[in-house]
Ligand binder design. Sequence first.
Ligand code: ASP
Length: 311
Amino acid sequence: MQITADLIVILGTGGTIAGTAKTASDGVGYTAAQLSVEDLLAAVPALASRRLEAHQVAQLDSKDMDFLTWQRLATAVQAQLARPEVGGIVITHGTDTLEETAYFLQRVLAPAKPVVLTAAMRPATALAPDGPQNLFDAVQVAAAPGAEGVVVACAGRVHDATQVRKTHSYRVDAFESVDGALVARVEEGVVRLLGRWPSGEALGLACISRPAERWPRVEIVMNHAGASGAVVDALRAAGVDGLIAAGTGNGTLSVALDTALREAQADGVKVWRSTRCDAGPVMDLPGLLPSAGALSPVKARIELILTLLAG
Ligand code: ASP
């Protein structure tokens, strides 16, 4: 019997989309992660005609996202995707670390079905909450023919997990595809493809099977006027496994910071250079510390953690 893959699974993890405030006019003094994923769906009657299933995987403010939750989430996503009746997955998430979770899932799972992260900048109790529209749009993306890979649907735009960054602290359209094209737009429930769905090779769940408390410790250090090597030296003393240098411009580093990072590297710490610029790659140059390519510091950190886990 032919099984129709029209079931969309919604996985809740918390965030402002599930947040509540004491008054409707309060858009910032709220508590994230209060409503269940079922509550979020109940606020979108327009989804009633869809075949949906909801599961709560976590309930946290995504500023507190952690390795254990990532491990659980990746495992849950993989298990749901393996069901032949599932056509796609939507993950409700906080905006703060959404780009990190999206990148992590794309690198670990590189799913052949769509996995759509969505969020909100305003709590569910706001005068005009953005969560219901974003959730509605995300479900349309998860059900779109030909969709695949991990994307982010927010404010009518669909971003590739490798491109997306939160670029605004308050605006409802807080995300940008900083260094490439949008994947799509969602207009009145219609997904208009503009670019390509993310693709790539999956590292696989086995890569992240080590207990979360024993994942490599990778920290980010920033170059800035007057940057010394003190933070690097302290992290080295604390037993850090890897360091991402968020350099200036093309990953440039002060002499003192560069010296401390080279000493750390000589001591066995894996060091990559990224940039604190909002967009653009770091070009490799002979004699310099290795570059993290076009990855932002937070995504370079995830890539280095995965590299160390795989190694
Ligand atoms: N702190 C919240 C979170 O990331 C912010 C948000 O969702 O907009 O969970």
